[in-house]
Design a protein around this ligand. Structure first.
Ligand code: ADP
Ligand code: G6P
Length: 466
């Protein structure tokens, strides 16, 4: 088996199996922030990515993708139900996102979480060269750092959480909270999106495990675990180059024509997830039409909602509610050939996404809670013309970096309507000065800067990402 000096361990592999329109089987980059963030930093390094390929049963053998060796971990149907759909996405995901949906607790799911984490830890231990760097990602695998340290004490182990880490009053609900904290503390460096998350984690380590902890260091036995904020980003240069391509510019123009040449296009691009505030946004838009503030002919909304976690009940309920609301809005306010909301429940390739970004006057990114939100960053990077207004939730990690966005509290419906109107009516000068400032920030705070700063902190000296 091939061994690497840099091993990334994540529940998802960077590719997903799909069936192409001609019926052929193909592998495609999977949607979601984690894959978008890590994919660009690993190619042309002798790196291995340990992850799940998305199906059940035996693990398929996959070819290297862009120079990344893919090591698949098999999950059975029970593992998928109890680990991925259960503990990861019906317990931890809602709990870590402010419990905007009620977290579900089942003892059986915890057994599965341990079992699957152990399998990932064993796979990572096999994939790592002596003294290698292993970088474990996200909430599905919080026990892996501890398990891996027990198996391979020679390794340098990092852990990065892409989602928020909740305040103590929420985390304390978790039945297996002590084991979970100890699992994460198997790492040498624990990274979060925001310093508030590091603070929450330190407080919990102190309260639950009685460990001496500051917002930078936690003492565990004879080790010191460092913690800190490392806000994740995107490959800014790649998105800029994509957005400048003539085919993207033409496609954006074509999209606007197909939308009926409206004066304003409001765009949202999300996974179909209840944390994204899709329902609140649709309600705000429909009230703006009903109040007479916007006219459908002049101001159309495009909601892209890529299918996600479709077997988890809360996601099924959300999709039904969103589709009912889109139907209601279009039934009430649309005309033949002129819907108010253009709703697309499908994945798109990067060219189409870039064209959508370039076609949108307003990008509405209004999650109720989000670790970072890379869509907001992709939109900013794509606006090489310095046009386009970003309406951004204060509850997205990206808001800490994009103070020049039109910031909004998405729980406040009237505030959301006002902010959308503010962005719709803003002068081109106001829009472009804000966009320029945000683009300047993104150029220096890109994915390479994120990876380098994290890996330099994990392994002082020449970075494996350099
Ligand atoms: P999350 O991590 O919760 O999925 P992010 O906004 O951080 O949210 O990341 C979403 C990623 O998924 C972005 O890189 C975005 O381009 C991608 N994505 C979102 N919608 C689609 C879609 N319909 N087709 C393909 N990729 C998508
Ligand atoms: C978020 C999570 C990732 C996850 C992605 C897509 O970005 O932080 O860990 O991979 O959503 O979700 P999925 O359930 O399809 O992997």
């Amino acid at each position: 088996m091939r061994q690497s000096s840099l091993v990334v361990v994540a529940n998802r592999l960077p590719v997903d199996d799909t069936v192409a329109p001609d019926g052929a089987f193909e592998w495609r980059r999977s949607p979601g922030g984690l894959v978008s963030a890590l994919h660009p930093i690993l190619h042309d390094k002798p790196a291995t990515w340990v992850g799940w390929a998305g199906g059940t049963g035996d693990a398929p053998t996959l070819p290297d993708v862009d120079g990344i060796h893919l090591h698949t971990v098999p999950l059975s149907a029970d593992d998928v139900r109890e680990h991925y759909e259960g503990f990861a996405n019906a317990t931890l995901w809602p709990l870590y996102h402010d419990a905007v949906e009620q977290p579900v607790y089942h003892r059986r799911w915890w057994e599965a979480y341990q079992r699957v984490n152990r399998r990932f830890a064993e796979a990572a231990a096999r994939a790592a060269e002596p003294d290698a760097v292993v970088w474990v990602q996200d909430y599905h695998l919080q026990l892996v750092p501890g398990m891996l340290r027990a198996l391979r004490p020679d390794l340098r182990i990092g852990f990065f959480l892409h989602v928020p880490f909740p305040p103590p009053e929420l985390f304390m609900q978790l039945p297996r909270r002590a084991e979970l904290l100890l699992g994460i503390l198997g790492a040498d460096l624990v990274g979060f999106q925001r310093s508030q998350a590091a603070h929450n984690f330190a407080q919990l380590a102190n309260r639950v495990l009685k460990l001496p902890a500051t917002d930078r260091r936690i003492a565990v036995d004879d080790r010191v675990v460092r913690i800190g904020a490392f806000p994740v980003s995107i490959d800014t240069a790649e998105m800029e180059a994509l957005a400048r391509r003539p085919e993207v510019v033409q496609r954006a123009q074509r999209l606007r024509r197909d939308l009926g040449d409206p004066q304003k296009v409001i765009l949202s691009v999300d996974r179909m997830d209840y944390t994204k505030g899709i329902e609140q946004r649709l309600k705000a838009y429909s009230e703006l039409i009903a109040d007479g503030h916007v006219k459908v002919r002049d101001t159309v909304m495009v909601q892209v909602a890529v299918p996600s976690r479709e077997r988890v009940e809360q996601y099924q309920i959300l999709r039904d509610r969103v589709e009912r609301e889109v139907g209601r809005i279009n039934g009430e306010f649309g005309r033949v050939g002129e819907p108010a909301v253009h709703y697309l429940n499908q994945p798109f390739d990067r060219v189409e996404l870039a064209a959508l970004y370039r076609a949108a006057d307003i990008m509405a990114v209004t999650p109720l809670r989000d670790g970072m939100n890379l869509v907001a960053k992709e939109y900013v990077a794509a606006r090489v013309d310095d046009a386009g207004a970003l309406v951004l939730s204060e509850f997205a990690g990206a808001a800490a970096e994009f103070q020049q966005a039109y910031l909004v509290n998405p729980h406040d419906l009237d505030g959301l309507k006002l902010t959308l109107m503010h962005a719709l009516e803003a002068s081109p000068e106001d829009v472009s000065s804000r966009m320029r400032a945000m683009r300047g920030h993104l150029r220096t705070h890109d994915i390479q800067a994120w990876a380098t700063s994290y890996l330099n902190a994990l392994v002082p000296g020449p970075s494996p990402a350099a």
